[in-house]
Design a protein around this ligand. Structure first.
Ligand code: NAG
Ligand code: NAG
Length: 171
């Protein structure tokens, strides 16, 4: 894993330097300029259910025992209107990421959620999908993805390494 990450970093660094020097940054680099992720979800659960499940999951994973899993070091910051806020420290990279979920009730008991995660390290450009997984692991952990009406959408241009991310790999 260490070697593979190293190669990825070098490869992406070369792509970045070449792309930037040719003035073709966006053509070569399909991700946001700063490591971050925005995802839209539809849940077949009411927003009050979604909210309590997400908050419970963040609190459950607020332990700092990261020896065996990535699902640690979450911090519940609080809620403000329909927005839930939290922090996550990435065990491998030690980046502090801030994230939020904004919930909107839809008809038929659906809940529309906008999730966002962003590295607080200003120099972070690539994140191996960490910002996406900060959000997605909470969805998986709280089993919100089990409802048949569950749906997710995002793209590389608003979510760093979205198409490559494999959450839950640091087991
Ligand atoms: C959620 O976080 C994103 C990324 O940091 C930020 O751009 C957005 O304004 C935040 N949304 C709310 C409602 O605070
Ligand atoms: C999800 O899809 C909708 C409809 O196509 C689009 O407007 C929205 O920007 C997408 N969300 C993300 C995070 O890409």
């Amino acid at each position: 894993m260490g070697c593979c990450k190293c190669c990825c970093v070098l490869l992406l660094a070369v792509v970045l330097i070449v792309g930037a020097s040719l003035g073709l940054f966006s053509a070569f680099f399909p991700y946001p300029e700063h490591a971050s992720c925005r995802v839209d979800w539809i849940f077949g659960n009411t927003c009050s259910d979604v909210k309590s499940r997400l908050i419970n999951q963040i609190k459950l994973w607020s332990t700092d025992d990261c020896t065996t899993k990535q699902q640690c070091n979450y911090e519940y910051v609080g809620e403000e209107g329909s927005t839930i806020r939290g922090l996550h420290i990435t065990p491998v990279m030690s980046f502090v990421d801030k994230f939020n979920f904004t919930l909107t009730d839809g008809s038929g008991g659906l809940c529309y959620v906008k999730g966002a995660s962003e590295s607080t390290a200003s120099y972070a450009v690539i994140d191996f999908g960490t910002n996406y997984c900060n959000l997605k692991n909470l969805i998986i952990g709280s089993e919100l993805d089990h409802n048949p009406k569950y749906n997710e959408n995002s793209t590389n241009s608003v979510c760093t390494m979205y198409s490559l991310a494999h959450c839950n790999i640091y087991t």
